[in-house]
Write a protein of this length. Structure first.
Length: 202
């Protein structure tokens, strides 16, 4: 394993932890943006939390392989599941569920430790920014309004952007492609995916 990859994973773990703590402190009291309790009376509290955790894990496990030179990237429904988490869970839970789902998914797939830590750290950072963006622009219990959808699109763009930059650093270390070339190549696809994931999740 390249020494630069170890430093990257460590730096990302520190960044993810810091962003999670910061977002948690800022939005610890923020409730869910929307609710499905009027339609599904049981869908609240621990039952809803458990259901969304299972759905998020499932979203991580269903993947399509996309090739970047000699490397492969997995495209999943994970982002759509995260959109649902951010909509229906309090901010404190929405911060944690995607990270926990990533760790569970990695355990099920028996991923290498470095990839497990990288994925969890990357998602911790991206999810913290996603939650912060949505809750900065959308009050709790506001429902699925135009403002909410715009905040979700902006948050999802930030989420996919952070993932893309982190992955580009890995590909740059493992291959010959310059990281920012990878970012430029993937930016359009990431933008389209962000809007699509909001549509699926919302």
């Amino acid at each position: 394993m390249p020494a630069g990859l170890k430093r990257l994973v460590l730096a990302l773990a520190v960044l993810g932890t810091g962003l999670q703590l910061g977002a948690g402190l800022l939005f610890h009291a923020a409730g869910p943006i929307a609710s499905v309790q009027t339609r599904l009376g049981w869908a609240h509290g621990p039952a809803l939390l458990a259901l969304l955790l299972v759905l998020t894990v499932a979203g991580d496990l269903v993947a399509v392989q996309v090739r970047h030179g000699e490397e492969h990237e997995e495209l999943t429904l994970f982002e759509a599941a995260v959109v649902i988490d951010v909509l229906l869970l309090p901010a404190s839970h929405a911060l944690v569920v995607p990270v926990l789902a990533s760790l569970i998914g990695s355990a099920i797939r028996r991923r290498e430790m470095v990839k497990t830590v990288f994925n969890a750290s990357n998602l911790a950072a991206a999810t913290a920014v996603f939650v912060a963006v949505v809750h900065l622009f959308t009050p709790a219990t506001s429902g699925l309004t135009t403002r909410t959808v715009l905040a979700l699109v902006l948050g999802t763009l930030a989420f996919t952007g952070i993932n893309l930059v982190a992955l580009s650093r890995v590909y740059g270390l493992l291959g010959d492609d310059p990281p920012w070339q990878i970012v430029r190549d993937g930016a359009r696809l990431s933008g389209v995916m962000a809007i699509g994931m909001v549509a699926l999740g919302g």
